[in-house]
Design a protein around this ligand. Sequence first.
Ligand code: HXC
Length: 258
Amino acid sequence: MAYETIIVAIEDHVATITLNRPDALNALSQKLLKELAQAMEEADASDKVRCIVLTGSEKAFAAGADITEMADQSFVDIYTSAFFEPETTRFNRTRKPIIAAVSGYALGGGCELAMMCDFIIASDTAKFGQPEINLGVIAGIGGTQRLTRFVGKSKAMDMNLTGRMMDAEEAERSGLVSRVVPANKLLQEAKDAASKIAEKSLLASMAAKDAVNRSYETTLAEGLNYERRMFQALFATEDQKEGMAAFREKREANFRDR
Ligand code: HXC
């Protein structure tokens, strides 16, 4: 499907979705949010896709909600905005793994979008922030909640109250991003990670994602119980037999998602 504000490319079982509003540093407009939700849904449903990479430009992953579009909105406009439609946060529910490849600014809704992905690989130029306080509002799609779980209360308060930016080095040190790479290697690094994931059994990838996410939603005892049941359930799959047979036979596993 043709999109105006994003670009979607599928190669070797990896869907790369690129935010593409260069004139506005990939600010998240209603149209972009709708197109992104649609692309995520298509990628999740496609047999050709086993992992998703979400990225922006070198200068900006996304500089936040489109302030021009938002500035004069009424309560009703914002209440009914695409930001809060289940489809927008749908990629919380996308079962295939999603990697955010972040270069440049990831601010406000841009930072929140990156945090909705399963993990973040950052370029050494990345800058994260929740500057909504400068606009007389606060974060609206996870900047006070997900960020706090990533980096702890003190840093989350600092970011949300001062509106300052966090550079890539601080973001890695704080646990917001999983790795930092030079800007010119970012996309390749993210695609390589995605290709690696795409080689695994999709059943196991989806189960791993589901179980890690469960740790945010439940107690340790319940989470461990969930993990144990998922582990045991995977013994009902052909991929478990294949994975372990391949190890014993010293060969590559050929997973078939069964
Ligand atoms: C609309 C934006 C934009 C945004 C940048 N632009 N950010 N347009 N919404 N969020 C536009 C600028 O107006 C400008 O357009 C062009 O992109 C280039 O931006 P500059 O400001 O000229 O670039 P630079 O000087 O390099 O500064 C980069 C920047 C700055 C530091 C990222 O643009 C900035 O502070 N942007 C706003 C960041 C922000 O406050 N984000 C939070 C938004 S609220 P023109 O036409 O002038 O060239 C939010 C809420 C989320 O995200 C919750 C939703 C529910």
